[in-house]
Design a protein around this ligand. Sequence first.
Ligand code: SF4
Ligand code: SF4
Length: 247
Amino acid sequence: MENLYTQLLEDVRFEEGLNACMNCGVCTAICPAAEFYNYDPRMIVDMVQTRNDEVIRDLLKSETIWYCGQCMSCKTRCPRGNTPGQIIMALRLLSQKLGYFTESEKGRQQFAVKRTVGDNILEYGYCVPSYDVEPERHPEQGPVWEHIYENLEHFIARAGGELYGKEGPLRRFTPEVMQELRDIFDVTGGLDLFDAIEEASEKKAKEMDMEFTKEGIDCEYFRHVYTFDSGIHFIEEPIMEDHETGR
Ligand code: SF4
Ligand code: SF4
């Protein structure tokens, strides 16, 4: 027996985020993610408050908990003082801890976030250092990025820094600072969470018969979760308000 609802209650964001939901749908009406994704925060809150483990397990395995942009607009409008965005953050954490995140396409992307942003923080002290934003992997950076990437030292100097130096952007942190950072991750459970994401992802890669390496991003499973899009996530016609007519 997993007692999923009890485990959710241990997360302070869940405790603070859910008072009692009357299923009015105001959160969905204000939610920017619901405008584009197949997504309904009202429904998620309604499912959670059933306190039914089977229903909650389905949520932990679902695509839907990964659509929230964590903007917290829902907090400002809920007539019952709930915060669906916080409830969803608690669901995500539990899904990661228990490995259920690998059951959804959006959830599996957590592995890519861990291997990039997560590992970067522990290795360099930065979430996304410029030298890690390879132009071929990040076409969203636009055509100028390749030039900046290839001349990073020059551009960092223009911004008042020294690449891998002592000061400014992209400076190198001392071993003491890096150890302190790791210690913070250790005592707050971040390292355990990283391990849980690795373990569940490796298991899933085996299930999917894909190559998996213990570190780095040069493996089939990473490339798959990083690039695959089944196209099931968006609603066909985004609900866009016509600002001329207000409809
Ligand atoms: S706005 Fe609040 S009460 Fe209404 S459905 Fe959303 S969470 Fe429930
Ligand atoms: S926090 Fe999430 S659920 Fe709430 S309004 Fe923002 S995107 Fe929607």
